[in-house]
Design a protein around this ligand. Structure first.
Ligand code: ADP
Length: 398
């Protein structure tokens, strides 16, 4: 079944046409800077990449380019559904769902929880509906996988009415990726997912770890917002909750200004003063830049603490999984992290670790608790889940 997977950001639209059974992807691309004079769509065909300028173009124009590409491939009529990545489903969605007017209303109601992402996701849904009026549209939520967390993991120790009236609790993100790599890890280990305790570490520009018991998330490091937890590219991760008040008084900064800095000027970028890019930091550290070295060290230190915390949640650990741009490519970060986790019994295989780069996943330990690199594929996960929702509709005769 051909599924179109759509992931809309505030001025971007990522798309991919996938066969949900085989993962074959004859078409994918990224529309960027939508709404501006510099808007463009990059189209990746099987053996070719082209960039189409789209001045002032927005989602509908980007979908126009996509439709023309599908026509050129002769595949427009073969697309069976559109699967949307939706960032925040609050506590209302623990599975992917067919998008109905009621579902749209719930996604809208979750906007205060994800003010940058959910409006973009809704705009994408609207444009996709206009472009593909006859196709089922499915929402796959980044928060859904973590809805299996128990209250002991998701509640904050704050006044209860904040939770009951305003939904102040931990939701967790990157669920699509954590779920995908947990399933893949089980497959590669030749084990039944229902009997496995895994810690999954998604390390990209955003970073989070999850504790996965029997294929279900039981804890994760991100919380109410994607700011909590690990050190990230430009996000601080955990800081003292007293920090905003202190800085507002001492530095005269506004609350929105502090929040913006915690999202965009902190993390690896804030610590190094150089870049949010791990590859560049590793290079700078090799050349003796102390700030770059400290940034990488703090990233690893906090990651190792978080992994150990997740292992404690699980009680026993069957494997640790690295994924995301850093997890899939940085042998340095993986080696340094495992070196800090001797307590858990990892034995790094240096050669295998060095080879696990650029899409080359696999086991990076020899003996002890296995650690492995699994390349994430959120698009494939969305395509599979979309296909499942559509198949269940067909079964029900809807
Ligand atoms: P996003 O979360 O935006 O999808 P990615 O998953 O692509 O981001 O991860 C981006 C991060 O991966 C960047 O910090 C980048 O430097 C890092 N990365 C990619 N390749 C390497 C590499 N070879 N070594 C170290 N870090 C890498």
């Amino acid at each position: 079944m051909w599924t179109l997977v759509v992931n809309c950001g505030s001025s971007s639209l990522k798309f991919a046409l996938l066969n949900s059974a085989t993962g074959e992807t004859p078409l994918s691309g990224l529309a960027e800077r939508l709404g501006s004079d510099l808007a463009s769509v990059r189209v990746d065909r099987e053996n070719e990449r082209v960039t189409v300028p789209l001045p002032r173009g927005s989602y509908p124009e980007a979908f126009g380019v996509l439709l023309a590409e599908l026509d050129a491939l002769g595949l427009r009529r073969d697309v069976r559904a559109v699967g949307h990545r939706v960032v925040h489903g609050g506590d209302r969605f623990n599975t992917p769902v067919l998008i109905t007017p009621e579902v749209v209303e719930v996604i809208r109601a979750c906007i205060p929880l994800a003010p940058l992402h959910n409006p973009a996701n809704l705009a994408g849904i609207e444009a996709a509906r206009a472009a593909f009026p006859d196709l089922p549209q499915v929402a796959v939520f980044d928060t859904a996988f973590h809805q299996s967390m128990p209250p002991v993991a998701y509640r904050y120790a704050v006044p209860t009415p904040w939770y009951t009236q305003y939904g102040v609790r931990r939701y967790g993100f990157h669920g699509i990726s954590h779920e995908y790599v947990a399933g893949e890890a089980a497959r590669r280990l030749g084990r039944d997912p229902s009997g496995l305790n895994l810690v999954t570490a998604h390390l990209g520009n955003g970073c989070s770890v999850a504790a996965v018991r029997g294929g279900r998330s039981v804890d994760t490091s991100m919380g109410l917002t994607p700011l909590e937890g690990l050190v990230m590219g430009t996000r601080s991760g955990d800081v003292d909750p007293g920090l905003p008040d202190y800085l507002a008084r001492e530095a005269g900064l506004s609350l929105p200004g502090i929040t913006a800095a915690l999202y965009r000027e902190s993390g690896l970028l804030g610590l190094s003063g150089l870049t949010n890019d791990m590859r560049e930091l590793e290079e700078a550290a090799r050349q003796g830049n102390e700030n770059a070295r400290l940034a990488v060290d703090i990233f690893v230190y906090r990651l190792a603490k978080a992994i150990a915390g997740m292992a404690t949640v699980l009680g026993t650990l069957d494997a640790l999984v690295f994924t995301g741009g850093i997890g899939e490519n940085s042998a340095t970060v993986r080696a340094a992290t495992l070196a800090r986790l001797g307590l858990l019994g990892f034995r790094l295989d240096e050669e295998a670790n060095g080879q696990a780069v650029r899409g080359q996943g696999g086991l990076i330990t020899s003996g002890g608790v296995p650690a492995l690199v699994v390349n994430t594929n959120e698009e494939l996960m969305i395509a599979r889940e979309t296909a499942e929702v559509v198949a269940s509709l067909v079964e029900r005769g809807a």
